[in-house]
Design a protein around this ligand. Structure first.
Ligand SMILES: [Zn+2]
Length: 203
């Protein structure tokens, strides 16, 4: 375990286990005596207080934030480890903020969703920069992949099972068009992990 000041990122697609890996890592720093805060953006009003998040049996208290200003208000400068799950839903200033934490002698562990459903880098909430900025500035990068769930007939369990580096978005059962809204009202949408071979471009 690296206890020197550094920025480590866990990138990957949806369903790749990023949150679970993030919780595992910050819990480990805590066992090693570091004070930890783990933040996660909320996209609606349903949860505004601290919650215990559970992933695959791992548990951890998470501080939910509405935006970067909210995170800065709740942040305790004395902590050793700053964890941020899904930072792509915050403003781009989160990149500088995590790096400032490192410059002050801390450890930052973040798990951004690397790419959106069109296979482009995920742009931050304020429309500036994208998640590749974390890759550029990180000291350690872990790239997690999901498994492709494309249905194939000749496979034993009927799914492809190859490493999925992409995610396909479906609206009402069809591949989502590039100009479909990020938040859908009324439409039924779904996401599924896909390998290079089975990722479909819209046509
Ligand atoms: Zn596949």
């Amino acid at each position: 375990m690296n206890t020197e000041p550094h920025l480590e990122i866990i990138i990957g697609t949806m369903f790749s286990g990023k949150s679970t890996e993030l919780i595992r890592r910050v819990n480990r720093y805590e066992v090693a005596g570091k004070k930890v805060q783990l933040f996660k953006p909320i996209l609606d009003d349903r949860y505004s207080r601290d919650h215990v998040a559970s992933h695959d049996g791992l548990k951890r208290t998470v501080t939910y934030v509405y935006d970067l200003d909210d995170l800065k208000r709740k942040y305790e400068p004395s902590i050793g480890v700053l964890g941020v799950d899904e930072p792509q839903f915050l403003e781009s200033g989160i990149v500088d903020f995590t790096e400032e934490h490192v410059r002050r002698g801390g450890i930052a562990v973040v798990s951004p969703l690397l790419k959106d459903f069109l296979d482009n880098y995920f742009v931050f909430k304020d429309g500036k920069l994208d998640t590749s900025e974390f890759v550029r500035r990180a000291d350690h990068v872990t790239y997690l992949k999901a498994l492709c769930t494309y249905q194939v007939e000749n496979s034993q369990d009927n799914v492809c099972g190859d490493e999925a580096t992409r995610v396909q978005r479906f609206i009402d059962g069809k591949v989502a068009p590039p100009d479909s809204p990020l938040v859908l009202v009324g439409g039924k949408e779904a996401y599924a992990p896909r390998c290079r071979k089975h990722y479909q471009f819209y046509r």
